[in-house]
Ligand binder design. Structure first.
Ligand code: NAD
Length: 292
């Protein structure tokens, strides 16, 4: 299939582009930043300019939309809101004008509102899933929650299927992620050994190669609803401690479990992606920590 990936030069984008190429898709990377991999068709373009989207998307069958300000660490709220909401609006408007029938965009577990919250609150239940309310308090989470609404809106309005992919903390072998830089965490080993660090994300994570697998499966999926949300994560939590014990110790005794969480099973449920897409996470943090 002919696919345009926005943000294909980014941390996740590089792996998504690579996975799509491996499965013989024809990929164009749309980014304001030059990619490391020079073998991929690249167009230097800005999603905040709708004519760039119109020009680059022409002829594409699928848009995988990853470009964003991906966290609130370095930018003020107005920049995050403008980039993520206007950028996503331009992507969907251009895709709808061109009759592109499939747009998949990167959302985040920050839409639940626990990351970057200003006031404490508890989840309604665990594990988090596609139905859990999105109670954002910060601009990054809010911008992505609005992006999910934009995706649903365009699916209702046009002959277009849209997917929002809720991505948790991503781990990449050999790369210190922005969250780690922000909190001055030197290694994945330190993340694993300090459960306080990933508390706000309920210790949910995913290897970037599994994220790439999920996007490819979504590109190739048939028979989905007009707008779908999928949670995607690893098979375990990013600590050596059982998940229920973590919740009781770092959150509250009072949180309700909607499903049994055995051992170190994740506190986000990616059962929908497994059942509907055949998603099978292949990597755990051990692959990365042991490779450090
Ligand atoms: N990394 C994570 O842990 C994580 C977790 C949850 C969700 N996400 C989401 O996944 C997506 C990718 O995240 P990432 O970690 O790869 O971020 P990244 O910053 O590494 O990549 C984003 C890419 O978007 C590009 N971009 C930004 N503004 C643009 C514009 N105006 N026009 C064109 N390109 C532009 C950047 O140049 C960059 O290459 C984002 O939407 C992010 O919100 C990431």
């Amino acid at each position: 299939m002919k696919i345009v990936v926005t943000g294909g030069s980014g941390l996740i984008g590089e792996y998504v582009v690579d996975e799509l190429k491996k499965f013989h898709h024809e990929v164009t990377n749309f980014d304001i930043k030059e990619p490391k991999d020079k073998s991929v068709d690249f167009v230097k373009a800005d999603m905040l300019k709708i004519d760039d989207c119109r020009k680059v998307f022409k002829g594409a069958e699928v848009i995988v939309h990853l470009a964003a300000v991906p966290n609130p660490y370095n930018d003020p709220p107005e920049k995050i809101m403008n980039a993520n909401i206007m950028g996503t609006t331009n992507v969907y408007v251009a895709a709808s004008e061109l009759g592109i029938k499939n747009v998949i965009h990167a959302s985040t577990d920050s839409t639940y509102g626990f990351w970057y919250r200003k006031q404490d609150f508890l989840p309604y239940y665990l594990p988090l899933d596609e139905d859990h309310p999105l109670n954002t308090q910060d601009s990054y989470g809010l911008s992505k929650k609005i992006d999910e609404e934009i995706a649903a809106n365009f699916a209702r309005s046009y002959n277009m299927q849209t997917i929002s992919v809720r991505i948790p903390f991503v781990v990449i072998h050999g790369t210190i992620m922005p969250l780690m830089v922000h909190y001055n965490i030197p290694s994945y080993k330190a993340v694993v050994e300090n459960p306080e660090l990933l508390k706000d994300g309920f210790w949910v994570y995913c290897d970037v190669r599994d994220i790439a697998q999920a996007f490819r499966l979504m590109v190739e999926a048939k028979g989905l609803k007009k707008h779908e949300v999928f949670c995607v994560c690893a098979e375990d939590n990013i600590t050596k401690i059982n998940s229920v014990e973590l919740v009781r110790k770092y959150w509250s005794e009072r949180i309700l479990f909607r499903k049994e969480v055995k051992g170190r099973a994740p506190l986000m449920d990616c059962g929908k992606a497994k059942a509907m897409l055949g998603y099978r996470p292949r990597y755990t943090w051990r692959d990365i920590v042991e490779g450090q």
